[in-house]
Design a protein around this ligand. Structure first.
Ligand code: GBH
Length: 477
């Protein structure tokens, strides 16, 4: 693919952090160990037909037992920071909607040992408090549709912040609440697999509320740490810039994916047009007095996960509807958007079928910089799935991934030059891992994992990324 970047400098700002990211359920395995109880992803992945080939996270990368080896690998690659998530069911395994229950010390000990190992290796820890593995017991009482889940999440955040806050640089409250709410409760392709549009909007609000309560708890219990949240903002463009209908389609999806989170988090208000657009689905009566003030907590940093662009247009209602959002056959995550078409883009795609356009990276970073002045930015995820082709030398030669990372890092530089305070970049992912509904069929790692033996082998992209980190600059592709 041709680089669409305008950037001419290849140096990153001094102190820029080069890292990698993972998530608990995708790598840990050890699902029955040290008191852990099931999460919604255990239940979902063990339900026939929900994940490709029935794959589960039961073993995954066995990181729970191999974390020292994995930290050593990061150190060898010269990675400077590591974003991982804490599995809530390891910390308070007996949680119910009404009470947090006792803290499981063995769960805390695991993450504490991981943090110690990182610090000893000179790697800065960044902790995500919620990357989708909700305790199943909470889902049984309504999950994110119930505000008590948000309340318990705030209490759980206080426990983790208190235990790890002396050594962790950044706490990220939520990873991609868009996915948790809409893929989990409207499209049903993620756990808990519900397909109820009204439930998804209730989940949006209670995830927002959970963010606010957790941000406040981290501030109190880990006063030295940065408070952040990670959003997967969409980069939406109209099919026809001159069409009012297409531009309105952009407004609609931007409202549902971006502004419904940014509004309350940054400005303490839900966008009026989103409330109006969704009025036939819900009256939003789950929003109580004071909630938006709770959601709007001072933030030190915002995390952006960016993978691909989206083009939309107003659907005329005639002929077959284009559904390039990947939800053609089933329920849609796009609540109240029956008249929005997702347009199939020409050009390069990743193994996920996602289009590639690095310009979305710089534009979204610049948008965040404008909307949240004074707040630091991180790219908390970016990367691509690519086929598993191991060369005769036993190494994956993933030139396409190197090109993808190069072009997106160049787009980060564009944003920095445009004034966006981007402080670091976390490649998704350190390791090949359990790719949610796609199971082990999709590989995002810069390090290859042989699932039969658990042997880790850095791909060419890991070596290339390692050089970028060492030079704090963009190497040639
Ligand atoms: C992230 O989700 C997750 O945080 C991480 O756990 C996961 O492994 C990783 O990305 C890779 O999937 O359907 O063409 O319109 C990203 C989920 C990806 C959902 C882009 C929306 C839109 C692409 N998002 N997707 S398309």
């Amino acid at each position: 693919p041709v680089s669409q970047s305008r950037s001419e400098t290849t140096r990153f700002p001094d102190g820029f952090l080069w890292g990698s990211a993972t998530a608990s359920y995708q790598i840990e395995g050890a699902v029955d160990e040290d008191g852990r109880t099931p999460s919604v992803w255990d239940t979902f992945s063990h339900t026939p037909g929900k994940t490709l080939d029935g794959d589960t996270g039961d073993v995954a990368d066995d990181h729970y037992h191999r974390f020292r080896e994995d930290v050593a690998l990061m150190k060898e690659l010269g990675l400077q920071t590591y974003r991982f998530s804490v599995a809530w069911p390891r910390i308070t395994p007996q949680v119910t909607a009404d009470a947090l229950g006792p803290v499981e010390q063995r769960g805390l000990d695991f993450y504490s040992a991981l943090v110690d190992e990182l610090v000893a290796a000179g790697i800065t820890p960044a902790v995500t408090l919620y990357h989708w593995d909700l305790p199943q017991a909470l889902e049984d009482e309504g999950g994110w549709t119930d505000r008590r889940t948000a309340e318990r999440f705030g209490e759980y955040a206080a426990v983790v912040a208190g235990a790890l806050g002396d050594r962790v640089r950044t706490f990220i409250t939520l990873n991609e609440p868009w996915c948790a709410a809409y893929l989990g409760y409207a499209a049903g392709v993620h756990a808990p697999g519900r397909t109820e549009p009204a439930a998804a909007l209730a989940a949006v609000h209670h995830l927002n509320l959970g963010h606010g309560l957790a941000a406040r708890a981290v501030r109190e219990h880990a006063p030295g740490a940065e408070v952040a949240v990670t959003l997967n903002l969409g980069w939406f463009r109209p099919d026809d810039e001159s069409s009012e209908g297409d531009r309105d389609a952009v407004r609609r999806v931007d409202g549902l994916q971006n502004r419904v989170f940014l509004g309350p988090m940054l400005r303490g208000e839900y966008p009026a047009d989103v409330l109006e657009d969704t009025a036939a689905v819900t009256d939003w009566s789950f929003v109580r007095d004071g909630d938006v003030e709770t959601i709007r907590q001072p933030l030190d940093a915002l995390g952006l996960n960016y993978y691909s662009p989206t083009v939309v247009r107003r659907w005329s209602g005639e002929g077959a509807k284009e559904t390039a959002d990947g939800h053609g056959d089933g329920a849609s995550p796009w609540v109240a958007c029956d008249d929005v078409e997702f347009v199939e883009l020409p050009g390069p795609r990743t193994e996920m079928g996602w289009s590639i356009d690095p310009r979305g990276m710089s534009e979204l970073l610049l948008r965040l910089a404008a909307e949240a002045p004074g707040v630091d930015l991180y790219v908390t995820e970016n990367g691509m799935a690519a086929p598993d082709v191991v060369g005769d030398d036993g190494v994956v030669h993933d030139d396409d991934r190197i090109a993808y990372l190069h072009d997106h890092l160049a787009a980060v530089l564009d944003a920095v030059e445009g004034g966006a305070p981007v402080k670091g970049y976390f490649v998704w992912s350190l390791l090949d891992n359990f790719e949610w509904a796609y199971g082990y069929s999709k590989r995002f790692g810069v390090v290859h994992v042989d699932y039969a033996t658990q042997v880790r082998t850095p791909k060419d992209s890991a070596r290339w990324y390692s050089r970028a980190a060492a030079e704090n600059a963009l190497p040639a592709r």
